[in-house]
Structures are given as structure tokens and as C-alpha cells.
Design a protein around this ligand. Sequence first.
Ligand SMILES: [Zn+2]
Length: 289
Amino acid sequence: MKHSSLCQKLSIGAIEAFAIFDGAIGMDPADLFVPNQAPQPEADGIRQQIRGGEPGIHSSVLLLKTGRNTVLVDTGSGPGGDPNVGKLLKNLQATGIDSAEIDSIIFSHCHPDHIAGTLDVEGNPVFPNAHYYISENELAHWSAETVRVNSLIPEAMKDFVVCTAKRALQAINSRMSAVRSGQEFLPGIRALDGAGHSPGQIALAVTSGSNTLVHAADVIANSTVAFKYPRWASAVDEDRDLAATTRQRLLDQLSADRVQMFAPHIHFPGIGYVERRHSEYVWQPSPLK
Ligand SMILES: [Zn+2]
């Protein structure tokens, strides 16, 4: 991807927002987003369609300059793992933003592609002046002594997922506030219930004046499957029924309200609108400069 396309700016009223590319996760999106139990021949058709596109799964992070706060939503995959991702810091610098400027970090949820960039390889916080926000349900889930991972990933990967979340949360635990769905915990930023993909996942409504952008977190994680078959759970959804119900509800809301959406794993910059067409939905990427 060329330099100029690593960061996409847009305005939400008086708020400046930037989608910043963290890389493309080196996993097969067809494996992840088309469940084994999906009905044939639709599943094969969609798998083929996905594999005909770009390889990997795009991952990006939203930065908000609200006038009062400089806010990062999630910290990406960080260093030391998949070499295709963890490019957030470099791309923030290329955009002219120093990590010390960021005063607030919101975690949509604690999967490694959203939280592992919190620490450097030595385990030190990357953002020296940040205060952290996380949903109280998500914090309680990952702080439990034994954390069960119900998603359909290999056992070895489950250990990595749990260790990564615990390590990050422990390192920043004195600088963290727990928030609830529905709460406006920073001016213009309200948590929305996104539970299912992860037990306490939150989406966000970012509002300035009459303008709103919804950060959909991983409620809506793939533009081929999530809109056409919103009931199909992905292999990384922890509670597959709840994830599907939450997805359907958010798609209904976004299409009815014609609200612009950002989703970290939809093809970069992942900004657009949801249209409802009968029983399915269609993704309309925003025309951006
Ligand atoms: Zn994710």
C-alpha cells in the first residue's frame, strides 16, 4: 500500500478523525468469516469470492482529535508478532502525530489485534501520557483468573490471546477507567453495546453537532459476509448467537439512521454507509479525498 493511503482523514462536525492502517493480518479471511456450518452452496460461493480478492485481513485504528482530547481507539497488533501488522506507530509518525500527544485510549475489546500495540517488546507502555477506557464487562472477563476462549481458534492461539490481553491490562491497570454501554465517557464519545464477538466488546458513537460516526469495532468485520449473511458467525466470535444478534441490530440501526460507520477490518479505510435491501445489507464505501 502506498504512503499516502496509510492514513485517511475525515471530519465529524468539529472533530477530526483519522483512519490509520495497521497492516493486513496474514490469515485467510475465508477461513475466518465463513463458518463450517454455513449452508451450501452459498458458503462455497462466498469463499471463492473472498479468495479472489486481496489476501489477508485489513486492520486499522481510529484516531480522534476532538479539540479537548486526542483519542486512539485500540492500539493494533503491536510489535513482535505477525510481521504484516503492527505498523500503527510508524504510520502515526508519518501522519505527524507523536505517541506522547495521545491522552486517551479506548479499547473496543481485548483481542490481540486491538490491544497488543499497547506495549513495546520490553513490555513498557508505548503511549506515555494516555489514560485508558474499557468496558466493565470486558475488563471483568479478561481479568478473571481462568479465562475461557470459546472461539474456533487453535488451542495454542487461545493461550496467546489470553496472555496478550492480561499482560497489557496488568501493565496499565493504574491508568484505566471502566465504562458502561450507553455512557458518554469522553465529550462526544458514547459506548454502544457490541457484546458477542468478545463478552464486553463496545462499539462507539462519536458525535459533534448533528454529525455522528459509529466505530463498529468487530461487530461488523468483513464486507463480503457480514452484510449479506449477518447471521453467520465468524470463527473468532466468542458467543456466536449473541454476536449475530448484535450485528443485526447495529446493521438495522446504521441503515435506518444513515449514519457513517468505521470498521477496523473492512478494506482500508473502512469508512462508509450501510444500506438495507430486503433481508440483506449492502456496504457503500464513503467517497473520500
Ligand atoms: Zn479484530
